[in-house]
Design a protein around this ligand. Structure first.
Ligand SMILES: [Zn+2]
Length: 148
């Protein structure tokens, strides 16, 4: 994960300044709700960030329309990355909160071209709960979704 952490106040964050053109960026696409630009960290060539144009810190702060717009832009950018850099794999990454490894608190999704042995790692410590515990989790979520 990138080690840079933006601690700017809301509205003055690095991505808001980038959207406003106050700092330079390598933009690749923009529409009414989203902007896509090269990650200056470039984990692999073609690594792009898709952010909401409006400041919103996390997934929980964006509107359904913004979420849909981000998904559309991510798909368009992913196709362009595939056509341009021809990576054998591609990973989408979207982080929320410090514990979720978010480092810039303005909603964004990484579009990361992937290659074998590219050094990117995400540990995935499986817990494999018993089936009844898993069913309990599912029941709790069904209840929450029914209330939403
Ligand atoms: Zn912002």
């Amino acid at each position: 994960m990138p080690m840079f952490i933006d601690t700017s106040p809301p509205g003055q964050c690095i991505f808001c300044r980038l959207v406003a053109g106050e700092i330079p960026s390598a933009r690749v696409f923009e529409d009414e709700l989203t902007i896509a630009f090269m990650d200056i960290g470039q984990v692999n060539p073609g690594h792009v960030l898709v952010a909401t144009r409006r400041h919103a810190a996390t997934l929980f702060d964006i509107t359904p329309d913004e979420a849909a717009a981000v998904a559309r832009t991510v798909k368009r950018v992913a196709h362009a990355v595939r056509d341009t850099f021809d990576p054998p794999g591609l990973t989408l990454l979207q982080a929320n909160g410090r514990e979720g490894d978010q480092t810039v608190f303005h909603f964004h999704m990484h579009v990361v071209p992937r290659h074998s042995d590219d050094g990117i790692a995400l540990s995935w410590p499986r817990k494999d709960p018993p089936a009844d515990v898993l069913q309990g989790y599912a029941a709790q979520l069904r209840d929450a979704l029914a209330r939403s």
